[in-house]
Design a protein around this ligand. Structure first.
Ligand code: NDP
Length: 447
């Protein structure tokens, strides 16, 4: 008789949990994964994937205008939100099915229930059912947080934004990070009056200053309004269904309020204290470099650990955990040079150190910038300019950061990130022949 019901019991079938389950099963482990909502997690069901589809949908607004300059006569063109929304939600359903298939085809048992830890090796599935496992993996992700203010419940979060019955005429977005800027771009393109209200003085803290300033300037040109230093005071519902938002001493009338004020680790009510799993002051599970918690048999990966809240990082952590614990192939995730992007309009992307970080760490740095108008924008008569920036260690000539804003910036940056990760020098970029005409060629022509 086996000592435990399972070798591995995973709580949460999002990016990290699905990868860990599938790989552990491929290594021969008997695995079950519990999911209380839908298989796929934030990224697939209510995050990266549907968001990117909305970004594509939104961009047609400008493409259709620009098309006229390229000779296309488009009459009677109208946008229908419910068509896009329903198509996106249907595709999410398709992807959810694929994720389910991936798990079951690897022999992973999928349990549609809320699981709660009841001890170092035991999990309750409700209705008195308890199962045991040699190892438990917590991969429950993170959940949107709302600022504490009167009427905060009147706002929605990105979870609900994908299901709106219609595009609001006016929307206030609280926060100045990824989700705020991405949804500001989306709703602005769909014709809503968008106001971003942020508690601080900058958007996208952590990104290179010049690049985020360019996004701010372009966003304002597109008609997005920004209110800074505006912590939320209260939200009031009016008789006609509209909302009055009080923030930073100002009042804003709106039809929809979207909170994009960060995401907190999803640990509440998981019973972690019964197994001695310690949390940090943000509620994140404390883990070591192998994703092991303070309980030897319980591990955690992804947003619930609040290391880097990005899907590809959670996937790597899940893979490293499964290979290390079940595959006899120990390895650790390298958190250095993780590329990231904001799918704003236009998108921005970055890898490595910003100029400010490099100056702090290295002392002397050289920076190179290219500030240009993409050829397509020139013919379209669109003033919007791209900005690429390279940060170089002045002592070694090594490229330590690349930051960009402009059409397709994330697509270009993914490849440039290989060079930065590999520690290539500015000379290596100079030695590479330009691919002409392209926007990416700017990276090898920086002077
Ligand atoms: P971010 O951390 O990017 O931004 C949060 C914003 O909300 C900041 O401007 C922050 O201000 C502000 N804020 C935080 N707490 C409060 C509060 N209590 N009251 C008022 N304002 C507050 O979070 P998001 O919600 O935009 O996204 C969550 C995470 O999801 C991101 O960190 C990212 O890792 C991930 N994500 C990644 C995407 C991508 O890769 N493209 C897309 C979407 C999300 P301040 O700057 O002052 O702290």
């Amino acid at each position: 008789m086996a000592e435990y019901d399972y070798d591995l019991f995973v709580i949460g079938a999002g990016s990290g949990g699905v990868r860990a389950s599938r790989i552990a099963a491929a290594h021969g482990a008997k695995v079950a994964v519990a999911e209380e909502y839908r298989v796929g997690g934030t990224c697939v069901i209510r995050g990266c994937v549907p968001k990117k589809m909305l970004v594509y949908g939104a961009h047609f607004a400008e493409d259709i205008i620009d098309a006229k300059r390229f000779g296309w006569e488009i009459d009677g063109c109208r946008f229908n939100w419910s068509t896009l929304r329903d198509n996106v939600l249907n595709d999410v359903k398709r992807l959810e099915g694929l994720y389910n298939n991936t798990l079951t085809s690897h022999g992973v048992e999928v349990i549609h229930a809320r699981a709660i830890v009841t001890g170092p090796h035991s999990v309750s599935l409700g209705k008195g059912q308890e199962v045991t496992a040699k190892y438990i993996l917590i991969a429950t992700g993170a959940w949107p947080q709302r600022p504490e203010c009167e009427g905060a419940e009147l706002g929605i979060t990105s979870n609900e934004a994908f299901h709106l019955p219609e595009v609001p005429r006016r929307i206030v977005i609280a926060g100045g990070g990824y989700i705020a800027n991405e949804f500001a771009g989306i709703f602005n393109q769909f014709g809503a009056e968008v106001t971003i209200a942020n508690r601080g003085a900058t958007i996208l803290r952590g990104y290179d200053e010049q690049i985020r300033d360019r996004l701010l300037q372009i966003s304002m040109t597109k008609g997005i309004q920004f209110i800074f230093n505006a912590p939320f005071e209260k939200v009031v519902k009016n008789g006609d269904g509209s909302l009055t938002v009080h923030a930073g001493g100002k009042t804003i009338e709106t039809d929809c309020l979207l909170f994009a004020t960060g995401r907190v680790p999803h640990t509440r009510g998981l019973g972690l204290e019964t197994a001695g799993v310690e949390l940090d002051d943000q509620g994140a599970i404390k883990v070591d470099e192998d994703s092991k918690s303070t309980c030897d048999s319980i591990y955690a990966v992804g947003d619930v650990t609040n290391r880097v809240q990005l899907t590809p990082v959670a996937i790597r952590e899940g893979q490293a955990f499964a290979d290390t614990v079940f595959g006899n192939k120990p390895w650790r995730v390298d958190y250095n040079c993780i590329p990231s992007a904001v799918f704003s309009h236009p998108p921005m992307a970055g890898v490595g150190m910003t100029e400010a970080q490099a100056k702090n760490k290295l002392g002397t740095v050289r920076t190179y910038t290219s500030d240009f108008r993409a050829m397509k924008n020139v013919l379209a008569g669109r003033e919007e300019r791209s900005l690429y920036k390279m940060v170089v260690d002045a002592t070694t000539d090594q490229v330590v950061g690349i930051h960009m804003i402009g059409p397709d910036a994330p697509e270009i940056l993914q490849v440039a990130a290989v060079a930065v990760k590999a520690g290539l020098t500015k000379q290596a970029f100079d030695d590479t022949v330009a691919l002409h005409p392209s926007m990416a060629e700017e990276l090898v022509l920086l002077k």
